[in-house]
Design a protein around this ligand. Sequence first.
Ligand code: NAD
Ligand code: TYD
Length: 357
Amino acid sequence: MNNLTPKRLLVTGGAGFIGANFVHYWLQNHPGGRLVVLDVLTYAGNRASLAGAEGRPEFRFVHGDIRDEALVERLLREEGIDTLVHFAAESHVDRSIAGPGAFIDTNIVGTHSLLKAARAVWLDGDESRPGHRFHHVSTDEVYGSLGPNDPAFSETTPYAPNSPYSASKAASDHLVRAYHHTYGLATTISNCSNNYGPLQFPEKLIPLCILNLLDGKPLPIYGDGQNVRDWLHVEDHCHGIELILESGRVGETYNVGGGAERTNLQVVEGLCAVMDELRPEDSPHARHIEFVKDRPGHDRRYAIDERKLRGELGYTPVHSFEGGLKETVAWYLANEVWWRPILSGEYREWVGCQYGS
Ligand code: NAD
Ligand code: TYD
């Protein structure tokens, strides 16, 4: 049973895509508590994503690394944190293929560092208190790849990660589970599918394609475009995490999905159709689609069985994929001030040159 009303949160990776959306969602729905963001601001972290939260008395931004155990211990104590929501990670599969080292350091060593700090303060330290929660945000990619007729991933699907990214997330999930089982840390884990929505760094499929279209660049589709992902609107994901924090059972894992399986080609064609409507041109935007060399080890299909979250905690996603995609495109069109500064030299060097055509 959960006996905690989360009031004082430490959110790691709160300047990233999902973390920042969670910060806004939480502050809007839970005014009057405390929310501290800890973020080291890698290429994927963006302080501008937290505009709107920055001026609020409940909010504090700390520029620091999750691997700095002393800093995390100090923050947990001085802020009287009862709930740690752990988003911070290296999150892009393609970058993990190019350089796995940072994924081991941040996702495995960093998560372990947080667990050690949480254990020291909440279980062993002078300020030991019964009401605490360590919530770890993970991915469906830990379960591996599905065939076209396989049942969707459930919480009991065996782990079979295929990329350095998913292997590092799987390792961190196991560490979180072990800290609960061995030391009694009050943990929960959520494994979610591909998120989309505002504030996503434009290396991921949907924002990459939106910005490429605005720049008149090709839309690179890996392989045959028939790989399937189960798309989850980031706001639905935030709601799922909220339910788990408030009512989830300690020691449990919950899958969070959007109930929207689409091939990559369907996603990009859908996006082009939205652009035809919002930014019409002489000929359809889909003319920019280009099939390029496949990602090595590219997982074929992900799909989430979210019956546990729906049945136990009453989760219902409210965004349809088509409606959410249109809103997302509209958000990028209206927020050039957010994405324009990201399109720096580092970004241009990285994006679009991974596998070639
Ligand atoms: P993101 O890459 O957009 O943001 C990651 C954030 O973590 C950045 O702000 C970065 O600065 C911060 N960070 C990285 N290393 C850090 C460190 N050592 N110390 C402190 N901060 C650090 O990632 P995202 O897409 O928002 O994903 C958030 C979480 O959700 C990740 O754990 C990811 O594995 C998981 N997830 C994401 C998706 C998705 O579709 N985006 C799907 C499933 C699971
Ligand atoms: P991505 O957004 O990188 O998420 P993930 O790899 O975690 O699922 O990719 C989503 C899907 O889109 C995945 O099957 C890879 C594919 N993809 C492309 O076809 N072209 C691209 O340029 C990118 C970035 C991804």
